[in-house]
Design a protein around this ligand. Structure first.
Ligand code: FES
Ligand code: FES
Length: 189
């Protein structure tokens, strides 16, 4: 048994005594009752169960919970699907998922949402050229399995959020984030 303490969606939990072989997925769902994190394959293959891990340096990444013991998260700061909407207001990515009908059964959605959110935050810190966007989204969402809607609508939703705020997520044509190219003088606009 280990006394587990961690921060989930900004709220401190623990110390809670847990078995050393208890998975993080079971800890979230069965001990804390946070069932937004799903259990799919149970073998680190579908990524429906990922949560966001926030590092002290401000970077974040996703990690499966199905095959990882809860005690491995001791002292960590994580975010789950329950932490995205603030005060009942959906994030732009959640809204885009709905508008694009990105999900049907929803079993994979928490994983895609966490992955997409990490991508948005990464691009906000390090904008990329527009030409690299499609491949960047493909690579970010790679490995997340969906058996209902076929991936395209998730991709479109993430792209829409980024293109709705290009100054934040994409490099300008002059190479600096947030700048727009000056109008051409005496030529075609
Ligand atoms: S349930 Fe964890 S990767 Fe599939
Ligand atoms: S919406 Fe059903 S598995 Fe993705």
């Amino acid at each position: 048994m280990t006394a587990l303490s961690l921060t989930i969606n900004g709220r401190a939990h623990g110390p809670i005594e847990v078995r050393d072989d208890l998975s993080m997925n079971d800890f979230l769902r069965e001990v804390l009752g946070m069932t937004g994190t799903k259990f799919g394959c149970g073998a680190a293959q579908c990524l429906s169960c990922v949560v966001i891990i926030d590092e002290p340096d401000g970077t974040s990444y996703t990690n499966p919970t199905c095959v990882v013991p809860a005690v491995n998260f001791n002292g960590r700061r994580i975010r789950t699907v329950e932490g995205h909407a603030a005060g009942g207001t959906l994030t732009p990515l959640q809204t885009a998922f709905i508008e694009h009908f990105s999900f049907q059964c929803g079993y994979c959605t928490a994983g895609f949402l966490n992955e997409g959110q990490v991508l948005l935050e990464r691009l906000a810190a390090n904008p990329i050229p527009r030409a690299a966007l499609e491949q960047t989204i493909l690579e970010a969402l790679d490995g997340h399995l969906c058996r209902c809607t076929g991936y395209v609508r998730y991709h479109q939703a993430v792209r829409d959020v980024i293109l709705a705020d290009t100054a934040r997520y994409l490099q300008s044509e002059t190479g600096k984030a947030g700048e727009t190219a000056p109008p051409l003088k005496g030529g075609r606009q």
